[in-house]
Design a protein around this ligand. Structure first.
Ligand code: DGL
Length: 258
């Protein structure tokens, strides 16, 4: 591992979604340098077999480490479920911070809430999710809502379009008549459709996403390991994608109001 404190933090997602995490990291630690890598050429990950997602995630993280990253933030729930354990075993000296759906704050939001978890099919069927629900959602009613096409719609920059709205309307149609208390955005692409989701579900439904928690935890880990960049000078962000046509989208989403 590099001992250069100004070395970048590597932020990885299957595509553009992890920008929702990068934004939180940047807000919290603007003096750090970052390399964001989105594997858009292979997105969506969430509909692939777990072995494939693991291999793609390992390759992406190796790439970031070769570029000299001092820590890796998995800005992807799906890659975390599929590959975090293997990545940590392969790189024991590098902090590798994973992401999971924000079930805990939803469960603690009061009463015995009905919690809808929107995520990729892989995240919802993996063992990690089963352990999380057992731990936190004992007192809640859980509704799992796989939404893989929403990943593609965000990758295609369809925010604010009738196409995105129509997809969400159809997705939520079976929940008509159910009183939803909380909605967990368990995929980093989904916060970019927050406005439309809120418009459809109404202001009473509380939305949760794991990005803020992951950014805070990354800061704690870097501090504990003595890896924070010194000084207050603003750092730099380098955007990389396996599909170079997506680079403008990455920059555009970085400026998206969340
Ligand atoms: N953004 C990813 C997540 O947080 C996955 C999207 C995909 O299926 O590629 O789960």
């Amino acid at each position: 591992m590099t001992d250069n404190l100004t070395a970048p933090i590597g932020v990885f997602d299957s595509g553009a979604g992890g920008i929702s995490v990068l934004k939180r990291l940047w807000k919290l630690m603007p003096n750090e340098n970052y390399i964001y890598f989105g594997d858009s050429a292979n997105a969506p990950y969430g509909v692939r077999p777990v072995e494939e997602i693991r291999a793609l995630s390992v390759a992406a993280v190796e790439k970031l480490l070769i570029l000299g990253c001092k820590a890796i933030v998995l800005a992807c729930n799906t890659a975390t479920s599929a590959a975090a354990a293997e990545l940590r075993a392969a790189h024991p000296d590098v902090p590798i911070i994973g992401l999971e759906p924000a079930l805990k704050p939803a469960a603690l939001s009061g009463g015995h809430p009905t919690v809808v978890v929107m995520a990729t099919p892989l995240t919802l069927r993996e063992e990690k999710f089963a352990r999380l629900t057992e731990r936190f959602l004992g007192d809640c009613t859980l509704i799992k809502l796989p939404a893989p096409e929403l990943v593609t719609l965000v990758e295609e920059n369809k925010m604010g379009t009738p196409e995105l709205m129509a997809y969400l309307q159809a997705l939520f149609a079976p929940l008509k008549g159910t009183k939803i208390d909380c909605l967990v955005l368990g995929c980093t692409h989904f916060p970019f459709a927050k406005r439309e989701i809120k418009a459809l579900l109404g202001a009473d439904v509380k939305l949760f996403d794991g990005a803020v928690g992951e950014a805070k935890y990354t800061k704690v880990v870097l501090e504990e390991r003595g890896l924070r960049a010194p000084g207050d000078n603003e750092g730099a962000i380098r955007f990389l994608s396996s599909d170079e046509t997506k680079l403008p989208l990455l920059r555009q989403l970085f400026d998206f109001e969340l």
